[in-house]
Ligand binder design. Structure first.
Ligand SMILES: Cc1cc2nc3c(=O)[nH]c(=O)nc-3n(C[C@H](O)[C@H](O)[C@H](O)COP(=O)(O)O)c2cc1C
Length: 175
């Protein structure tokens, strides 16, 4: 197990994956992390669809014009959904769960990448969310926030350089 700060430093978006399968134990551990995510008023406003089927991963990879192709090479896609009838802050709830999925994956030695779906469109101007909804039979009122693509790392990424941390974003006392 990595030191947590080191884990944060080494987690980089991984967009290339090897052919190695993700073990069921790792999938379980990653989803346990998601299910432990804090949510406003403990609304548990998120839901998740796990996709491992290669043909479906291919179809998801063209759900939007830019930034989704990498899903085709992933071993697992976790589609992160939120229910606005359960929480007015479902985006925050779902975003935290998605982040925990990425961090738990890193701890398991896996690579991951967030693929934004909400407010994104395909090359014909169709909503990426509607495309995913149709492919996976996702009912309303569920909303699709993002897809977290996962797999064993097929590329090396340099850890975050703390010398380049944007400390100018941090305001002390007042703006
Ligand atoms: C809200 C959000 C949306 C993102 N959407 C995409 C995406 O659609 N496709 C993609 O390849 N990466 C996406 N990313 C990954 C970012 O590009 C990446 O986190 C950023 O460039 C910093 O790089 P790093 O994750 O390696 O530190 C997204 C990240 C976040 C937080």
């Amino acid at each position: 197990m990595k030191d947590f700060h080191e884990l944060l430093r080494t987690r980089r978006s991984t967009r290339r994956y090897t052919d190695e399968e993700i073990s069921p134990e790792d999938v379980k551990c990653i989803m346990e992390a998601a299910l432990m995510a804090p949510s406003s008023k403990r609304s548990l406003s998120w839901e998740f669809v796990l996709v491992e089927d290669t043909a479906m991963l291919e179809r998801l990879s063209v759900c939007k014009e830019h930034g989704a192709k990498l899903i085709a090479g992933a071993k697992l896609a976790v589609v992160v959904l939120g229910d606005p009838t359960k929480s007015d802050v479902w985006i925050e709830d779902a975003s935290i769960a998605a982040t925990l999925i990425q961090l738990q994956a890193e701890e398991a030695g896996l690579g991951s990448c967030w693929v934004q779906i909400r407010s994104r469109f395909d090359e014909n101007g169709e909503s990426a969310e509607d495309n995913v909804r149709e492919l996976l039979n996702i009912p309303l009122p569920m909303q699709v926030l993002a897809i977290i693509a996962l797999g064993h790392k097929g590329e090396e990424k340099t850890p975050f350089d703390l010398e380049k941390a944007a400390w100018e974003k941090v305001h002390i006392g007042q703006w």
